[in-house]
Write a protein of this length. Structure first.
Length: 305
């Protein structure tokens, strides 16, 4: 299967403390770690660890963080053939604070990610043509996302769009008409529809609003409360998997990577959403972003296969 990810590549600097600091406050923490991150990168690693062919299009800077990112991507089986080294912008970074309850607060410096443009897509024309599924997020310019979506769909591929970070000003008019599956969480759903779902019934209403905007399918993530999905042929609710969560960083990215893998494998939307929910749940049982992505064997064990 060929799964293309056009998106961000970051290096994450994660700190751990009993609680997150208040504005103006300095706290002593317990530890820190430097790992691979960025929504695009996390999704690519999630696909690769499941056994999928993950092709990543993005940018890193010509700096030490870029070297770390390239090395880790290669170690995790993600092709870096279409990762461009930008000599004008630094590698993106994320500073992540995690408290004792596994809640997190994240500051992202976009760097080279914000320079990803049409030239990156032109350099990657071959994989855009071949992709069965394209994964997109919003840590790169939305114009680049839209262009990539149109190119992949023109060649018969499916587009999965994670509208994160939440687009405060909304999406360009007609954007969702170029998307096969949109996967917002509660906050992102509220920004896209004006309605914040708190349960399955409200998520169903939000999904209808998203479908009215032209998207092929809506998958509304409710975190620990489960996932609602709907397209033109099916709808349903996936109950949350019971796991011992210790770190929620990248759970959404692992969900989307799992969804792409499952759809590319020929699963129905209902089957793919349940598979993705298991991926997201398992990621919360490990520390880190990209490093928390589960293997196929782990997912199948949780699902009872």
């Amino acid at each position: 299967m060929s799964i293309l990810i056009v998106g961000s590549i970051n290096v994450d600097i994660t700190t751990r403390s009993d609680r997150l600091p208040q504005p103006g406050e300095t706290l002593h923490g317990h530890s820190y770690a430097i790992n691979l991150g960025g929504k695009g990168c996390n999704q690519a690693v999630a696909v690769s660890k499941l056994g999928g062919d993950a092709q990543l299009v993005g940018r890193i800077g010509k700096d030490g963080f870029g070297d770390i990112a390239a090395q880790h991507l290669a170690q995790m089986g993600v092709s870096t053939k279409h990762v461009h080294t930008d000599t004008e912008h630094g590698t993106g970074i994320a500073v992540i604070g995690v408290d004792a309850n596994s809640e997190n607060s994240i500051t992202v410096i976009g760097g080279a990610n914000l320079a990803v443009d049409e030239s990156d897509l032109e350099r990657s024309a071959d994989v855009l043509t071949e992709a069965q599924v394209l994964l997109l997020q919003l840590e790169i310019p939305v114009e680049t996302c839209l262009s990539a979506a149109k190119k992949v769909r023109a060649n018969g591929g499916k587009v999965i769009f994670d509208p994160a970070p939440a687009p405060v000003d909304g999406l360009p008019e007609g954007f969702l008409k170029n998307v096969d599956v949109v996967t917002p969480n509660e906050t992102e759903t509220e920004i896209l529809t004006g309605f914040r779902p708190a349960g399955a019934e409200e998520a169903a209403h939000a999904a209808n609003l998203l479908l009215q905007k032209g998207v092929g399918a809506a998958v509304v993530k409710l975190g620990a409360r489960g996932v609602y999905f709907k397209d033109g042929e099916s709808e349903g609710f996936v109950e949350p998997f019971k796991v011992n969560a210790i770190d929620t960083v990248a759970a959404g990215d692992c969900f989307n990577g799992g969804l792409a893998y499952a759809l590319a494998s020929g699963k129905s939307l209902a089957e793919a959403v349940r598979f993705a929910a298991a991926c997201g749940a398992l990621s919360t049982t490990k520390h880190g972003a990209a490093t928390s992505a589960p293997t196929l064997a782990e997912v199948e064990a949780l699902m009872g296969k």
